[in-house]
Write a protein that binds this ligand. Structure first.
Ligand code: MG
Length: 368
């Protein structure tokens, strides 16, 4: 298979309400949808899930566009690609820029799966079609508003609640969830909002019986996370710290975490995500699939990954319409009342692009 051209759509998904974490507030979600076009075969779809600003990660949509247009797309155009690893190999001279690489790699997976008449999930070794999912609840203006959102999510069927925390918004909301909702599956995500000086404070969170405490410290503080993990019973989960299988191995050997949140786009695509899963299996580390407020395109690949072997915990495969007024896939991704999301029958990413919605939500288009 040879890719002849990439088309890119700068899309803005209108949010239902702002999503607040320790490091950023997401208003309308901006992202880049990728369409890979072959000379005579199918087209493949991917998505670049960087943010406009370098707050969650150093990459931005602007930097991703530059790197894709100048380096990544030219490296694969016209080149024979038989496996996703062939594309990854073509990008091996270029360091970092994981989200940019992931956006193109997902389109390659889609194309190769369609060519084989298979789903991406099947290519990943998935056997089932449904996964249990959890919900992520942002930092709210008041405790009442926050509890109302948790209440609504649990009533909707979500199997696990992840609470975004930061200094000053941690003990109180977590305690309130335990008081009101008993032994619900609960975890917290700090998005690097604490420092090594807060270890004693964080150790208090053990009392809430969290399934995990996600990314409490700065992204490159693997050694400090190991100090914290030694001090806490709650499993530490790393998110922003893990960009590669190499990072996962280092974290495992240092004892920095007991769980890793693998976000497909943060780690550069499904090829590296699978390598990380293998490292976690080798070291007895739990894995779950996080989300980055993707459109349905990104969420479709998250679902495929969450179904693949070695993913041990319920993930954040949250239907995009929970957060956005509109999405760009058909059929709409929905959660069943038992708190699971099901992959439709199909090939490639198993969802179709809603061309009309894509057209209407696109602010800019270009091709390479
Ligand atoms: Mg996180």
């Amino acid at each position: 298979m040879k890719i002849e051209r990439f088309e890119f759509y700068y899309v803005v998904l209108p949010s239902r309400k702002p999503f607040v974490t320790a490091t950023c507030t997401v208003l309308d979600r901006e992202l880049i949808v990728v369409k890979a076009i072959t000379a005579d075969g199918p087209v493949g779809w991917g998505e670049v899930d960087a943010d406009p600003d370098p707050c969650y990660a150093p990459e931005t949509l602007g930097s991703a566009r530059y790197v894709i247009d100048r380096y990544l797309a030219p490296a694969v155009l016209g080149r024979e690609i038989s496996t996703p690893e062939d594309a990854v190999e073509a990008w091996s001279p270029f360091v970092g820029n994981e989200m940019a690489k992931s956006g193109l790699e997902l389109a390659v997976w889609d194309l190769l799966a369609r060519e084989r008449g298979a789903s991406v999930a099947a290519m990943l070794g998935a056997t089932g079609r449904s996964v249990p999912v959890g919900v992520s609840v942002g930092i709210a203006a008041t405790l009442d508003e926050f509890l109302a959102e948790v209440d609504e999510a649990l009533a909707a069927g979500y199997r696990r609640v992840k609470v975004k925390i930061r200094l000053g918004w941690d003990v109180e909301p977590l305690g309130a969830v335990r008081e009101r909702f008993g032994d619900v599956r609960l975890q917290a995500d700090a998005n690097s909002g604490y420092g090594v000086e807060d270890i004693d404070h964080l150790a208090q969170l053990d009392e809430f019986g969290l399934e995990m405490l996600e990314q409490p410290l700065y992204h490159d503080d693997l050694a400090d996370h190991a100090k914290l993990q030694a001090r806490m019973e709650t499993p530490v989960c790393l998110d922003e710290s893990i960009l590669s299988a190499r990072h996962a191995r280092l974290a495992a050997e240092l004892g920095s975490c007991r769980i890793i949140n693998v976000k497909v786009s943060r780690v550069g695509g499904l090829v590296e995500a699978r390598r990380i899963v293998q490292v976690c299996r080798d070291h007895g580390i739990g894995v779950w699939c996080g989300s980055m407020l993707e459109s349905g395109v990104g969420a479709a690949y998250n679902l495929a990954f969450a179904l693949s072997p070695g993913v041990t915990n319920p993930g954040d495969v949250i239907p995009p319409l929970r957060y956005f007024e509109r999405d760009i896939i058909r059929p709409a991704m929905e959660m069943d009342c038992d708190g699971t999301v099901t992959l439709p029958e199909g090939v490639g990413m198993c969802f179709a692009i809603d061309e009309e919605a894509l057209e209407e939500l696109t602010r800019e288009r270009w091709s390479v």
